[in-house]
Design a protein around this ligand. Structure first.
Ligand code: GLN
Length: 487
């Protein structure tokens, strides 16, 4: 087996028995990135110097054998909206093209404490706005399974890098599906964490009330290893949860069946327009999960049809406010070769932001303006509560819900980019989860015409353990997650 095919668990065994060094492993990934990434374009920045330095430090630690964790010496990458000290953090926006944070996000800090090795930063839709990575201010990432197709978005660079063997795992950000959708399109496993389970400190915000950081990797077990490292309360993020972090990977080792679990199938997610191959694969996976001992029942989430308009309204509003600070004076790019202060603002934002970002800022500013606030933003917040209550009600009768991640497999590059509404609609199955703040896991469950299909397993707040158990047991009996794109 090649080094880039190892799971975190397998790599850890080789590292701790000193059959392979972190430096060798890191060099193997850097070499593969050099060879394949010019075509896939999953990285915005490769932090080679830092990676080799961290790998050598990890090897030192492995030599002494002190305080080793399963992630010691393991390379990884992170979405470019997650702050990394001294390493460009651009959100794939021209406005932050040269921004080097002077601190690490808490999630990165925790990985540093494990002596994990940062390979670089992954491409994304600008500030996380998009479902295809075509909205990156720099370039479009390609789906490693077929270069004519999108990798999904907005964490498309992260998903493509994991799928192509250009990193064992990546940290993504999910505000409205950005971990799950690209995971599904690229055939990798991705977890959208409960709001507040992982500190948002150092995550450049898109929508502060939706944003979450979550791991993307090649198996549920690997996702569990990353989650138990990065999760937990953080004094620097007042919205982070106080509950102790479970030892997820240990729990998975002892899970033998799913007896006693009740799984709901929301009927609103299996409707006309759902691609038949996706429908077939997800239903087949549900049957499999039933055979592992779970009971399957039909449930209803009656306000599902409002999820897209409510999500986008709140997003426009909060994003327009979060992005106001990029004004040419306080943060980022500054266009100074102009006549007046007003022109600094105008020129900076005109050249710094892409078309989709500008569209959302304008719509959000409108939705928050006097006279419209009640009609749009306030109304959307009320319907958000109804959607959250739908989930609460469903979780009174079941432990988890299973749905497709997306209505179809990856679409072609260029297919939806000129029609924003069409692009927004591809998020139809993922955004309700963010409105409710609950966790959801995306697990590969099929392939159609050479492109991966994913199922989504959702649960109540802080039910990560249940979701991981279901996904892990499914993966221990199926091999969809082990399939690689033909590179
Ligand atoms: N498709 C979503 C959007 O465009 C993705 C948001 C996200 O999760 N970052 O808003």
């Amino acid at each position: 087996m090649d080094l880039h095919e190892l799971s975190i668990q397998q790599a850890h065994e080789l590292l701790s028995s000193r059959k392979v060094s972190s430096e060798e492993l890191t060099r193997a990934y850097l070499e593969r990135i050099r060879r394949l990434d010019p075509q896939i374009k999953s990285y915005v920045t490769v932090s080679e110097e830092l990676a080799l330095k961290q790998a050598k430090e990890a090897d030192q630690r492995i030599k002494t054998g002190e305080g080793l964790t399963p992630l010691t010496g393991i390379p990884y990458s992170a979405k470019d909206s997650i702050s990394t000290r001294g390493i460009n953090t651009t959100c794939s926006s021209k406005i932050l093209e040269n921004y080097k944070p002077f601190y690490d996000a808490t999630a990165i800090k925790k990985l540093n404490s494990s002596n994990s090795v940062l390979l670089g930063k992954n491409n994304m839709d600008e500030f996380g706005m998009g479902s295809s990575t075509e909205n990156s201010g720099f370039f479009t990432t390609r789906n490693p399974w077929n270069f004519d197709y999108v990798p999904g978005g907005s964490s498309g660079g992260s998903a493509a890098a994991v799928a192509a063997g250009l990193t064992p795992f990546s940290l993504g950000e999910d505000t409205g599906g950005s971990v799950r959708m690209p995971a599904s399109f690229c055939g990798v496993t991705g977890l959208k964490t409960t709001y507040g389970r992982v500190s948002r400190y150092g995550l450049i915000p898109l929508v502060s009330s939706f944003d979450t950081i979550g791991p993307m990797a090649r198996s549920v077990y690997d996702v569990a290893l990353v989650l138990e490292t990065i999760a937990g309360h953080d004094a620097k993020d007042s919205t982070s949860r106080l509950e102790p972090v479970e030892n997820y990977s240990e729990i998975l080792k002892t899970t033998e069946n799913l007896r006693g679990l009740r799984i709901g199938i929301p009927k609103e997610y299996f409707v006309e327009g759902l691609d038949s191959a996706v429908d077939f694969s997800v239903r087949d996976a549900i049957k499999h999960i039933e055979s592992l001992g779970a009971e399957v029942i039909e449930v209803s989430l009656p306000h599902t049809q409002y999820a897209i308009p409510v999500y986008y309204l709140i997003l426009f509003a909060e994003a327009s406010s979060n992005l106001a600070k990029y004004d040419g004076i306080r943060f980022g790019l500054s266009e100074r070769s102009v006549e007046s202060l007003m022109d600094v603002y105008l020129k900076t934002r005109e050249t710094g932001f892409g078309a989709e970002t500008k569209r959302r800022i304008m719509l959000g500013t409108f939705a928050l303006s006097a006279g419209y606030y009640d009609a749009y933003y306030l109304k959307a917040q009320k319907v958000r509560t109804l959607i959250r209550q739908d989930f609460q009600k469903a979780f009174e009768t079941c432990d988890a819900l299973i749905t497709p991640v997306a209505p179809a497999t990856a679409f072609r590059i260029g297919e939806k980019i000129t029609n924003p509404l069409d692009m927004y609609l591809s998020d139809v199955f993922v955004v309700a989860v963010n409105l409710a703040g609950i966790p959801a896991l995306s697990v590969p469950c099929g392939i159609s015409n050479g492109l991966p299909i994913g199922m989504q397993i959702m649960g109540p707040h802080l039910s990560e353990e249940t979701l991981l158990r279901i996904g892990h047991l499914y993966q221990s009996q199926t091999d969809w997650h082990t399939k690689h794109p033909p590179l």
